[in-house]
Design a protein around this ligand. Structure first.
Ligand SMILES: C[S@@+](CC[C@H](N)C(=O)[O-])C[C@H]1O[C@@H](n2cnc3c(N)ncnc32)[C@H](O)[C@@H]1O
Length: 346
């Protein structure tokens, strides 16, 4: 039985892919616990997954800093932390964690609460050190590779290796795995050295299925999604006085969704679609933003997920943020299939 812990769970992009692929590939699996600090994410997550018998903690630091000392580079592997974590967390074989991107060196220079709380990577390191799951998959933004002149990334990899894992990473783009969204993320994956796994270096095969945003856009939506004249002006300007054609609305492959797409309207950064594109009409009548359902579709979530979240009173605003924050389900599916085909998790 593959026991799984979903850390920094968000709305469960990892879990959704995991339950589907492991079941399909006939790998017995059970998510034994999850942690997510945001109460609205918790709402979407617990409405969509069977969390009844799951271990849950909102802030993971309640576990990793139960001794009132936050995890850092010098204490994450201490005996004290290790026994603290072992006493509180259930055992699991596989850890998922999409963690916030933090630079270690600039953190040291800032004083204040954030700094005291430390980088969340050290909480992951402390958990790996004490629980020693057989496998992990971590996700982060592409920038993690280069911040601090690559020093942060080097430290992360060497800590994971020192914990006795074979470790590697892929930089994957969601658009290559069946969703029409450009989204480059790094996935760091590891397996305990003693597992002696066939360790795949090549990335998961790119999907042959070509999809465009036409497949996710709704035909009929509420008029509240249509942009006002005032906002249109900002969106359509391309900086050189040109309009529409250069402003790159109606993209077949959407730009990366962001947490902030709900609050801001930014030409060249967010996604907008016109009646010309959606309804194949000749004359421009309106331009609209994405709906929350479309945002979730662009991250590989099924419509059922949206309906259940709405039924549980998760607001549109929260759903936009959650979609912008989540991992693309299809990419995790491709990773899991790839690793299973290399003999992992058996
Ligand atoms: C990059 S997102 C991961 C999203 C997730 N993979 C998904 O599919 O939705 C990171 C998540 O970590 C959560 N988080 C941040 N600090 C946390 C903490 N101390 N304990 C637990 N969760 C935390 C955030 O609220 C956020 O949802």
């Amino acid at each position: 039985m593959m026991k799984i812990f979903d850390l920094f769970a968000g709305i469960g992009g990892f879990r959704l892919a995991s339950e589907k692929i492991f079941d399909k590939q006939k790998v017995k699996n059970e998510t034994v616990g999850w942690s997510e600090i945001d109460k609205y994410c918790q709402k979407s997550y617990s409405a969509n997954f069977n969390v009844k018998n799951n271990f849950f903690v909102d802030d993971i630091k309640k576990i990793t800093a139960g001794d009132k000392i936050f995890c850092n580079s010098s204490n994450y592997n201490s005996k004290k932390k290790s026994s603290l974590i072992k006493n509180k967390l259930p055992y699991f074989d596989l850890l998922y964690a999409g963690f916030p991107c933090q630079s270690f060196s600039s953190m040291g220079k800032q004083k204040g609460l954030e700094d005291e709380r430390g980088a969340l990577f050290f909480d992951i390191a402390a958990i790996l050190h004490s629980i020693k799951p057989k496998y992990f998959i971590l996700e982060n933004v592409k920038r993690l590779l280069t911040i601090d002149n690559k020093k942060t990334f080097r430290i992360i990899i060497s800590i994971l290796q020192n914990e006795n894992y074979d470790v590697s990473w892929w930089l994957l783009d969601s658009k290559d795995y069946g969703v029409p969204q450009t989204r480059r993320r790094i996935f760091i994956y590891g397996s305990l050295k003693k597992n002696k796994n066939n360790f795949p270096i090549d990335p998961p095969k790119i999907s042959k299925k070509i999809t465009t945003t036409k497949s996710v856009l709704e035909k009929n939506v509420d008029s509240k999604y249509i942009l006002s004249k005032k906002i249109l002006k900002t969106i359509l300007k391309d900086g050189s006085g040109g309009y529409y054609s250069k402003s790159e609305i109606d993209l077949e492959i959407a730009r990366p969704l962001t947490r902030t797409m709900v609050k801001m309207h930014r030409a060249h950064q967010d996604n907008y679609y016109s009646n010309k594109f959606i309804n194949n009409e000749k004359k421009l009548k309106w331009i609209r933003r994405l709906t929350p359902l479309e945002a979730l579709r662009l991250q590989g979530f099924p419509d059922k997920f949206y309906k259940i979240a709405k039924k549980n009173n998760v607001s549109d605003t929260q759903l936009y943020m959650q979609a912008g924050n989540s991992v693309t389900v299809n990419v995790v599916e491709a990773i899991l299939n790839h690793l299973i085909n290399h003999g992992w998790f058996r």
